[in-house]
Design a protein around this ligand. Structure first.
Ligand SMILES: C[S@@+](CC[C@H](N)C(=O)[O-])C[C@H]1O[C@@H](n2cnc3c(N)ncnc32)[C@H](O)[C@@H]1O
Ligand code: SF4
Length: 383
């Protein structure tokens, strides 16, 4: 039975669902902008969504905000200012709350980005993907390598905390080509990098027509090792499957997801997870921007998480963290004592006996082999 004495930390996710163009590999809820951006109407809808969600999070401090997409940087600084002012007036943000915004280098404009910072954004996440024009073209990106470099150079003095998203395992990419990408990346001395292996997601153009020359599994494994080694040489420690950071620069918002904290998700298609005294629910807002704007507070879904699903949901997140989580985190975020969930204990024992989890009483942590075989490890916790 779920019973909380104290609820976990709460974050806020805000989804802005438009992009200049849909990238052929992307399965995020992002829609190509075919008419003028309905900025005012969408911000109004977000505020309405937040207002009607307040009874679910009454009085709880919010530790971080993540404005994701889509391409949030399509919005004006004034809209961001209005959104963040409303958020501040409606929910108690902690004084040093991390406020991240995602941005596409193809939408970069130094003055507008200074406006985002003045509105309160204190962490920027730039979707660079590659520093090679040929790759950016193959990925259907709206920007070239020069725009990506310029965006980083201009964003650095504006934001103390800057993340760069890159992908590897790209069509025709060799180990040497990846090495060249990492060299260029290092030249910018980033304090946070997310390096994702390109995946072919169902319902994307790439899934229907995969690009030719995708690296095989052996090359991918070599690429993964190269990424870890090169970034470590630059002081960027792998703290999560795809996340690398200088000490203290880890993304607090994502750390809250991975340590199974709570988050309110507002905006088209946004997902949320919220705990109450005796239950945990998952929420999903209407996916289409028009539908969401028509009825921001209705038409979404709210599903209770079944206690038998909690081991998988918890481990799906916690085991992504290279250091794992303190074992006490389970009870703090599920409201169930470890000893009261025989299935959880059984599966941890199984994972440990297969060498996939460290044998430590104080932490739930994947072993080095468990990180390599993360999907297999996580699926041991399926009910
Ligand atoms: C929602 S996007 C936000 C950034 C922004 N929209 C942009 O692309 O510039 C988050 C990141 O997910 C990564 N991503 C998206 N689809 C992916 C895929 N199929 N495989 C690997 N990484 C992917 C990209 O690195 C992207 O920057
Ligand atoms: S710009 Fe980002 S969110 Fe938009 S389609 Fe491309 S990867 Fe997806």
């Amino acid at each position: 039975m779920i019973r909380f004495e104290q609820l976990p930390e709460l974050s806020l996710y805000v989804h802005l669902p438009w992009c200049v163009r849909k990238c052929p590999y992307c399965d995020f809820n992002s829609h190509e902008l075919k008419s003028p951006l309905p900025e005012q109407a969408y911000i109004d809808a977000l505020i309405q969504d937040l207002q009607s969600s307040l009874p679910q999070i009454w009085g709880r401090p919010v530790v971080s905000v993540f404005i994701g997409g889509g391409t949030p940087s399509l919005f004006s600084a004034q809209s961001m200012q209005r959104l963040l002012s409303e958020i501040r007036s409606l929910v108690p943000l902690i004084p040093d709350a991390e406020i991240t915004m995602e941005a596409n280098p193809g939408t970069f404009d130094a003055e507008r980005f200074a406006g985002f910072r003045d509105a309160g954004v204190n962490r920027l996440s730039l979707g660079v993907q590659s520093f090679m024009d040929s790759q950016l073209h193959a990925l259907g990106r709206v920007h070239d390598a020069e725009q990506a470099r310029r965006a980083i150079a201009q964003a650095k003095p504006l934001f103390d905390r800057l993340n760069i998203d890159l992908m590897f395992g790209l069509p025709g990419q060799s180990l040497e080509a990846l090495e060249a990408e990492l060299d260029i990346l290092s030249g910018f001395e980033p304090s946070h990098v997310s390096l994702y292996q390109l995946t072919l997601e169902p319902n994307t153009l790439f899934a229907v027509r995969p690009p030719s020359g995708l690296p095989d599994d052996d090359l991918l494994a070599d690429m993964q090792s190269l990424v870890i080694e090169r970034l470590a040489q630059r002081g960027l420690v792998r703290y999560e499957i795809s996340g690398f950071a200088a000490p203290g620069q880890e993304c607090r918002h994502n750390l809250n997801y991975w340590s199974f904290g709570d988050y309110l998700g507002i905006g088209a298609g946004a997902h949320g997870k919220l705990s109450f005294a005796d239950r945990i629910v998952r929420t999903v807002r209407p996916r289409h921007p028009d539908g969401f704007m028509r009825q921001p507070a209705e038409g979404g879904t709210e599903t209770p998480v079944r206690p038998e699903d909690l081991p998988f949901e918890f481990m799906l997140n916690a085991l992504r963290l290279i250091q794992g989580v303190p074992s006490g985190r389970w009870a703090q975020t599920t409201g169930i004592q470890v000893g009261s969930h025989p299935f959880l204990l059984d599966r941890i024992g199984l994972a440990q006996s297969r060498g996939l989890m460290s044998v430590r009483p104080d932490r739930f942590q994947a072993s080095a082999r468990g990180i390599e075989l993360l999907n297999d490890l996580q699926s041991l916790f399926l009910p």
